[in-house]
Ligand binder design. Structure first.
Ligand code: CZF
Ligand code: MG
Length: 196
């Protein structure tokens, strides 16, 4: 099966390729080149749908299977920040490092060395003009420092429930078992089994 990923995030692309080892996976950039979808919706689902639909229209082939991912980390003790703004927490085009530094300073402002947090991923599939969405979540806590180099984004600050290390210090094989993206993709595969 040929799947086109409607994402420009290298960390997500690496994970999708590992999670879909038996499929032909392309990025939208390999097909249509540089293109930016404005993420102006107020939910993960809204933005995931917008990304997948806009890229599907741009590609212009009805039979294309386009998959997008809108995701982020939510910290209830920080009024649910950064949530859907995770990629631009420290400003438009912010790097992972800058976003992590902002989250660390917000935690320190509240004297929170660690606090409950969760990741959400919404995956949207567009095929033959129809759109399908699924979600996945991963629960744990964030700490006020970065530990380890594995994963991407906020992973060095996130300790999943049941572990005593950050995802930055755990191998991808562990994250793969229960991550928000893995769970959503498991459901997405079921949707594909039904619609294809
Ligand atoms: O440590 C992390 N481990 C993860 O597993 C994970 N999943 C998402 N995120 C963060 O959430 C934002 C996504 O924003 P997002 O969905 O808009 O993606 P993006 O803008 O980077 O690319 P695109 O898919 O929109 O092209 C980004 O800041 C990511 O760092 C993660 N961080
Ligand atoms: Mg984005």
């Amino acid at each position: 099966m040929k799947i086109i990923l409607a994402t420009g995030n290298k960390g997500k692309i690496d994970e999708f390729k590992k999670l879909l080892p038996n499929e032909e996976v392309f990025t939208f950039k390999e097909i249509i080149g540089d293109y930016e979808v404005e993420e102006d919706k107020d939910s993960f689902k809204g933005n995931a749908v917008k990304k997948a639909q806009e890229i599907y229209e741009k590609i212009g082939s009805k039979d294309a299977i386009v998959i997008s991912d809108d995701s982020g980390i939510t910290v209830p003790a920080l009024n649910n920040e950064p949530g859907i703004y995770s990629a631009r927490y420290a400003g438009t085009n912010a790097t992972d490092k800058e976003n992590n530094s902002k989250l660390i300073s917000k935690l320190k402002e509240k004297n929170l060395k660690e606090t409950e947090a969760y990741y959400t991923a919404c995956i949207a599939i567009v095929y033959k003009g129809y759109t399908y969405t699924v979600h996945g979540w991963m629960y744990g806590k964030v700490i006020d420092k970065e530990i380890g180099e594995n994963g991407f984004g906020y992973d060095p600050m996130f300790i999943p429930n049941g572990f005593d290390k950050t995802l930055g210090n755990l191998p991808y094989e562990v994250k793969k078992e229960f991550s928000h993206r893995s769970k959503a993709l498991k459901l997405a595969k079921k949707v594909l089994d039904i619609i294809l």
